[in-house]
Design a protein around this ligand. Structure first.
Ligand code: 6PG
Length: 245
């Protein structure tokens, strides 16, 4: 069963609070039904707003297994590392077992080999034989760029067409920071039980409006390829990002 929902909030803070509650709810459901919660955090400037809310909430953190849906190929102590931000703002401040945090970056691997290694971790910790991709995460968090990218799946780049690999290397897009990345591919994203796309600000309004009004076969923007195989997609927008709907 597929379900697409659009939720609009008065402010980025209200969106972050609602997203945090929804993440905790998803964790509770997953842990109750399957004994663990597999989540992929996203990068960008929006997730830290949500981390500020999450860090004070209650959950059985010991059952969380955490990935990132994309990562810049830099050491985690670099300010632009997505997992580094999550570690500093959330993961290092709640009782998630260190072995349950899947660190993508490794100084002895390049992005291509790093992507292969990360895919192996996905297949190890989120495997699901019933899923066509072989994995099924409970929740994938995504943002959307002004150019319509999501994760590190940039317009016109080969990674958006990838149908076999779950994680691939991705040369930088036109938007900063200009560093190589690894990224979930659409087979990894679309096999999730739930996906939240968080978007804040009027710069996202054109991409959001186009994507939500052209849902069938149009592929103008990479984010339009987020189409869960058997799951629930929720767009979480502040009123500026939703202003052209
Ligand atoms: C990345 C992010 C990226 C981000 C979007 C939206 O590593 O660059 O994963 O896909 O989610 O660019 O970013 P904002 O949350 O800052 O709008």
């Amino acid at each position: 069963m597929n379900k697409n929902t659009v939720k609009v909030y008065e402010s980025a803070k209200a969106l972050a609070q609602a997203a945090a509650v929804a993440v905790i709810d998803a964790a509770e459901q997953a842990i109750a039904h399957r004994g663990k919660f597999t989540i992929a955090l996203s990068g960008g400037s929006t997730p830290p707003l949500m981390y500020k809310q999450l860090v004070n909430m209650q959950s059985d953190w010991s059952k969380w297994v955490v990935f990132v849906s994309d990562e810049r190929w830099v050491p985690e102590d670099d300010a632009i590392s997505n997992l580094g931000v999550a570690m500093r703002e959330l993961l290092g401040r709640v009782a998630i077992p260190s072995g349950n945090i899947m660190h993508p970056y490794s100084h002895d691997l390049d992005a291509v080999n790093g992507a292969e290694r990360y895919e192996m971790l996905l297949r190890q910790h989120a495997s699901d034989a019933a899923s066509p991709s072989g994995i099924r995460l409970d929740l994938v968090l995504l943002g959307v760029g002004d150019d319509g990218h999501t994760a590190s799946l940039f317009p016109g780049k080969p990674a958006i067409e990838e149908q076999i690999r779950l994680v691939t290397a991705s040369p930088h897009g036109v938007l900063p920071p200009p560093v190589e990345r690894i990224t979930f591919t659409f087979p990894a994203i679309n096999s999730a039980r739930q996906c939240f796309i968080l978007a804040v600000g009027d710069k996202k309004s054109d991409v959001v409006a186009w994507s939500l009004k052209n849902t069938l076969t149009d592929h103008t923007y990479p984010v339009q390829r987020v189409r869960l195989t058997n799951g629930e997609l929720t767009w979480m927008l502040d009123k500026d990002a939703a202003s052209k709907l």
